[in-house]
Design a protein. Structure first.
Length: 83
């Protein structure tokens, strides 16, 4: 897939039903996405398939994801956004 199309698709997937998630995910895209490896980009795409309430609870620290790859992505996003 064309890299620009892939990035556009990921940006669209970051538009969520919760404003807080929109802010956090779009800030991550602008500040940290360019630093991701291809493997991390794939993990981020998979991460975005989770439901908004789960993403919100994980990113706010109310709950912890069950999968290690989701835990790693939460940490990466929080560390990038909170800098």
């Amino acid at each position: 897939m064309d890299k620009n199309k892939k990035i556009a698709r990921i940006k669209w997937a970051c538009r969520r039903g919760m404003l807080e998630l929109d802010f956090m995910l779009t800030e991550f895209l602008s500040d940290g996405f360019h630093k991701l490896s291809d493997e991390q980009i794939e993990s981020f795409e998979e991460f975005l398939h989770n439901a908004d309430p789960d993403l919100y609870a994980w990113l706010m620290g109310y709950q912890k994801p069950k999968l290690n790859k989701d835990i790693e992505m939460v940490n990466l996003i929080k560390n990038t956004v909170n800098q």
